[in-house]
Design a protein around this ligand. Sequence first.
Ligand code: FAD
Length: 321
Amino acid sequence: MSVLVYIENVDGAFKKSGFEALTYAKAIGDLTGKTVAALSIGQVEQESLEKLGTYGISHVVQVDSGRLKQFVNQAYAAVIADVAKHLQATTIVLSNSFSGKGLAPRIAAKLGAALADGAISLPIIEADIWQIKKSVFSSKAIATDKLRTTTKVIALTPNVFEVKESPVSTEITAYEPSINTTDFSTVIKDIVRTTDKVSLPEADIVVSAGRGLKGPENWGMIEELANVLGAATACSKPVSDAGWRPHAEHVGQTGLAVSPSLYIAIGISGAIQHLAGVSSSKTIVVINKDPEAPFFKVADYGIVGDAFEVVPQLIEALKAH
Ligand code: FAD
């Protein structure tokens, strides 16, 4: 019995959310006395695989079949379930990232396992029942999943579990999974990357702007601030509804829920529907010219001022450092 953690990569580079899942899996291994193995799918440099030892993982399974070069949900789920069976893993951990949200239920169904999706805590184990917390209703409440099956799948919410290092030497083994042609019923012919920007759901810093910006022509300074900070950009719903920004950037009750370390809200009033998607951010900074804007009530730091004066000064100050 062991713990298997799947680590996502983009073009061969492991994602931060993967390292978080790795640290979480290691903690479960320590908690339960089980060994932990990491799984990498697709082409990843040997050096990057060896570096996984930095996070206390001594066994890495690599599946590098040509057909799995690009992410295909059904096929990746089949591979993860197959490797889990091969290693007799009874706990499967992955990130509840965009792809993880599609993978986790499929893996659970294949293994007859209970699923905790969007986990925000380590399990409390009592009489073989694992209790795992997750945030629900746009982070307004916390629910507890009770996992009673022998095999369990846990999809960890990005940005809630701090990556920790505990170096060990790593053994890498290649594995040839059993996958069917039917697992490739969806064929991705090509992926065209339209932006090099930081991915919003997993970003550590988010610079977000609202209707206070007046129009799409004023987003240059928001993008510049995001660039200086290595942040992702986001927006309020009316902004994406108006077509000023892509819908993928809309955060809130009807958009994405994010939980970065730092959320900077510029010219956003702080309506309850917007806060629903951002309130679990660790630090919130609000820039708004109206001192009565509701966003200030949940802000850790606030600047009452005109965004068109404050943001350029902020960029200048950050660049000077
Ligand atoms: P506004 O409310 O117009 O606020 C603009 C802010 O900018 C004001 O506070 C103003 O003081 C400030 N401002 C103006 N000029 C400047 C300046 N020069 N410098 C600094 N500050 C300035 N909204 C979401 O965002 N996400 C959701 O998921 C979402 N879901 C919804 C679901 C439902 C069912 C409903 C009914 C609404 C939903 N909304 C959502 C809309 C939400 O209620 C608000 O209308 C919306 O969040 C307001 O967007 P805003 O803050 O950008 O605009």
